[in-house]
Ligand binder design. Sequence first.
Ligand code: AGP
Length: 616
Amino acid sequence: MCGIVGYLGKKEAYPILIKGLKRLEYRGYDSAGVALINDDKALNVYKAKGKVADLEHVCADKNLTGTIGIAHTRWATHGEPSTKNAHPHYSESKNLAIVHNGIIENYADIKKNLSAKGVHFVSDTDTEVLVQLIEYIQVNKNLDLLTSVEVALHQVIGAYAIALVDKRNPDQLIAVRKQSPLVIGIGEDEFFLGSDASTFIDHTDQVVYLEDGNIAVMTRGEELKVFDIENEKLNPEVKTVDINLGQIEKGGYPHFMLKEIFEQPECLRNSMRGRVVNIEGETGVVLNAIEAHKEEILNARRMIIVACGTSWHAALIGKQMIETYCRIPVVVEYASEFRYGNPVVGKGDVVIAISQSGETADTLAAVQLAKQKGAFIYGICNAVGSSIPRATDTGTYIHVGPEIGVASTKAFTGQVTVLTLMGLAIGKAKGTIKEAEYEAIAKELWNIPEKMKEVLKLNDKIEDLSRIFTYARNFLYLGRGFSYPVALEGALKLKEISYIHAEGYPAAEMKHGPIALIDSDMPCVVIATHNDMYEKILSNIQEIKARQGKVIALVSKGDETISKIADEVIELPETLECLEPLLATIPLQLLAYHVAVCKGKNVDQPRNLAKSVTVE
Ligand code: AGP
């Protein structure tokens, strides 16, 4: 969603803030702004609708001096995307400026009260209400800024990360976190602030992750102070963050998405490192989280997987893996539905939360609800130290590195890998998987990165193919068994970045409705690899061809039957059926990517989407 950056130190703040904003653009990008306090104690706020580059343009002829500042990229929630609604927002006196990520739920009531008392508002945002409230308290109760913030937050309902400066005190930066991520970087006589550590990683790797309800006070020449909302002083833990700057740059690829697709073999190696092991000549799986919580996990009466979007598709594969190899019933829920569905969940249930960002508001809320009801919570996340892993009882990081492209790619295969490891580790411990099958899957999983490299060699072919279908208005994606979630994921990728309508279906469901859509203008992507479902999928393809549909078939290398009837064929290396999603997903990611590029779309930052959805 929105992104926050802050700086207080000896250097000029503007270049640091702009660079940080650029790293956060993936979170939201309808407008951006910066506030700087200069040596004359002037608080200058500059804003622009559009991208950070538009903000730079606006700033080009402005006074950009100052060693303290805050900045923001916005993804609108309250009020249309515009310069007026962009952050930072001044208080009425223009003494304070604030940036905010999240939602103030009771902003309308607060605004009404303040308006009745004569406060004037210039924007439509909930954020301006917050800064006006803080100032109102500061002035009318004659309190210092920190206390005013604390008093204001007692009146506010919602989720927020905020950063605040006061021009009368150019040596202090205040930041608060509640259900929205915020990290402080600690340098030598300087502080950095970011929605994530990538914003300042070239300056310091020493960080403090703020916890919910923490208020951080950064003062020039002093140590970081952190308080809770009752003004109790806390002892923040300084951690060393492990992000490599090269990892968050494009590394020669035209887009982050393409780079991330190509990184998958290496990412999967990292996901498996230390987890797929050789024990006395035999390949096996070790997952520390499962070792440490055998009782809760092996005795689970049921597992419920909560997730959104791509992570939800990974969950569907996880369900098949766990039910097949662990014989534990698994339910997959959209986190957004679960949290409001009065779910029957409690002690004895294991709730698995899957989230790349670890910050998805719906998934976090589902976790909190399940926890309240007594379930044991297992997280599968990518962003280390993010909110969901911190709210769970245990979990496994997927370790695929920062994913910047809004369309999730390497996180999906990382999630499927970890779910496979879980299925194997739990199945082995419960004795529900045959020894030979356990070893065969573990061994083959270790080989998958090499097979992925083979699939990636199809990039040029898929690029050519994409040109044929660029102007299609609809796509159908079909698969069965383990490939059905892959079909859903392929359709989602195409929708997200090329804006072509696409639907994923279990192939056998076609005859119950979608078949009516098929004509010569309907490309159908069918995952038809050589497994138990092959004959069935073959008849589905024949049904499509009989109605003049165009078939792009993903087949196993050497397939002769489907290759003869499909219009286009993509050959995949053979693998075990349960691991096919890890290979079949890649051509679908590449197809979506190339179609979007052909259509001239903004692949890494598709319209209306944000990387991390931290509001409902
Ligand atoms: C994936 O391409 C999407 N952008 C989106 O569906 C995403 O997977 C979803 O918002 C969940 O995000 P999370 O994994 O960070 O929780």
